[in-house]
Design a binder for this molecule. Structure first.
Ligand SMILES: Cc1cc2nc3c(=O)[nH]c(=O)nc-3n(C[C@H](O)[C@H](O)[C@H](O)COP(=O)(O)OP(=O)(O)OC[C@H]3O[C@@H](n4cnc5c(N)ncnc54)[C@H](O)[C@@H]3O)c2cc1C
Length: 322
């Protein structure tokens, strides 16, 4: 029924559109040879729309997604390089799983829109080049490492690939401000989802009242919120305040030690919570690495594997410990 409605309205829209696009072809345009549609700008006109159509087009879809992902299989917190890589690997290998990504910023990418000191290029040590090949990006090979000409090229490419997968939803401008936990019959605690709010609301709990959050249940939560900052290292810090996890602050810079440590130690740091990327440095006191991103990508890949290894067991517990 829904798709029939869509088809009819598309046909109507096309009919309207053709009225507005009659005689739009401009033979004199200098870009005519390189683009398909070249318009006559004097007669150019968009198809008509009523403002409420725009509102409904957005809100109906958003609320449908809120409803669908209130019970997610996996929640990824943070859409930086580690979080988006993890989402890509997970969603591609398990199209049956519902994966929600929660990002506190409006824009995705975290610290990966630029390289160090806000320079453009992105350096990745091998073997992270394998993943870059998989997503089809060009790079310069410098022997032991590769260079992508702009970090933004990596992050926008991986983001477009993740968002085009049907089993992923990105909720951006939304912060995780707490975790859902469950206690088993034997008394052990496990993470069982996230507590969310609009980021702007999360930032104003001290000066506004009555701003209760929303929740998403999940069998596994993967935290990729980066190193410490206003919002960074969120899940590690939250569990530490409850005495559920020990927090050790990020160590000094050592690229060689840091990258291997982050990738190798990517793990389930607390039942139900997998930690990846620079957030791990706040857990393990591993060294900071500065602007080299191979470890973020490999940690994201490793986190996807860890999450799938524990998924069935956590899903079983989720049923039992309602
Ligand atoms: C200016 C600059 C400084 C850098 N400093 C360092 C450094 O000191 N040490 C180092 O090793 N590398 C540093 N880097 C390199 C690089 O940025 C990071 O190592 C890398 O970005 C970490 O990747 P990540 O995916 O783990 O986290 P990030 O890229 O930081 O991504 C984390 C994402 O999680 C989101 N997030 C955080 N909290 C929440 C929450 N509660 N709810 C929802 N979303 C949340 C953030 O908005 C962000 O998008 C720096 C880079 C730049 C450009």
């Amino acid at each position: 029924m829904a798709s029939a409605t869509t088809v009819i309205s598309q046909t109507e829209e096309q009919a309207k559109l053709s009225l507005h696009t009659t005689n739009v072809y401009n033979k004199k345009s200098p870009v005519g040879k390189t683009t398909e549609a070249v318009f006559d700008w004097d007669t150019f006109k968009f198809a008509p729309i009523r403002e409420s159509q725009v509102s409904r087009a957005m809100t109906s879809r958003y609320f449908k997604d809120l409803n669908k992902y209130a019970e997610s299989d996996i929640v990824i917190v943070g859409a930086g390089s580690a979080g988006l890589t993890c989402a890509y690997v997970l969603a591609k290998s398990r199209p049956d799983l519902k994966i929600a990504i929660i990002e506190s910023n409006v824009a995705v990418g975290g610290g990966c829109f630029l390289g160090g000191q806000l320079f453009s290029a992105m350096v990745l040590r091998k073997p992270a080049d394998r993943f870059i090949k998989e997503i089809g990006l060009d790079y310069e090979d410098e022997g032991d490492f590769i260079v992508i000409k702009h970090a933004a090229l990596f992050i926008t490419t991986i983001c477009s690939k993740v968002l085009s997968l049907p089993n992923v939803k990105l909720f951006n401008a939304t912060a995780v401000e707490d975790l859902i936990t469950r206690k088993s019959a034997t008394g052990s605690t496990r993470v069982a989802g996230v507590v969310t709010n609009w980021t702007l609301v999360s930032m104003h709990h001290d000066d506004q009242s009555c701003m209760d959050p929303n929740t998403i249940n999940a069998k596994v939560v993967i935290s990729c919120t980066g190193h410490d900052g206003p919002m960074g290292a969120f899940c590690v810090k939250r569990l530490a305040t409850q005495g559920l996890l020990e927090r050790h602050r990020m160590g000094c810079l050592n690229m060689n030690l840091a990258e291997d440590a982050i990738v190798k130690n990517t793990r389930e740091v607390f039942p139900g919570l997998v930690c990846a990327g620079m957030e791990l440095a706040e857990c393990d006191s591993s060294n900071r690495m500065g602007p080299t991103f191979g470890a973020m990508i490999q940690s994201g890949v490793h986190a996807a594997e860890v999450a799938l290894n524990i998924y069935e067991e956590r899903a079983k517990q989720d049923k039992e410990e309602y």
